[in-house]
Design a protein around this ligand. Structure first.
Ligand code: 5GP
Ligand code: ZN
Length: 112
């Protein structure tokens, strides 16, 4: 499949990986928007949040727990942000779902 994040998950394209298990991979974003900015992706190819099914509940819960644990490991104990963009209108550019985890700087809301 011609999907960038499937290739990163499979090790076919290099990435600075933080964590990997049988379900998820976490790696540093290539264009960091904060001192800490990594992505958590499922190994399963799911194009957008609109494609989630009931069967993905445990997987997406695992992604969130992974994000929380790694944020702490990256020194973001005092606060961090988790973002998921859905489709072009939501700012999505890579069509394999991913959680952005940003931290180590003051983050404001709304983001603009
Ligand atoms: P989106 O806009 O889809 O929510 O976020 C996609 C993210 O993937 C962007 O923050 C972008 O910097 C990151 N990204 C795109 N290509 C690569 C890549 O080849 N390697 C890594 N590590 N990150 C990438
Ligand atoms: Zn994919």
């Amino acid at each position: 499949m011609d999907c960038l994040f499937c290739k990163i998950a499979a090790g076919q394209i290099p990435a600075r990986k933080l964590y990997e298990d049988d379900q998820v991979v976490a790696f540093h974003d290539i264009g960091p928007q904060a001192p800490v900015h990594f992505l958590v992706i499922p190994k399963k190819h799911i194009p957008t949040l609109n494609d989630l099914t009931e069967d993905d509940k445990a997987l997406t819960g695992h992604m969130l727990h992974t994000a929380q644990r790694l944020a702490k490991e990256q020194g973001c104990d005092e606060g961090f942000r988790v973002v998921m963009n859905c489709n072009e209108l939501g700012g999505q550019t890579v069509f394999h779902i991913h959680m952005h985890v940003l931290g180590q700087r003051a983050l404001h809301w709304p983001p603009g």
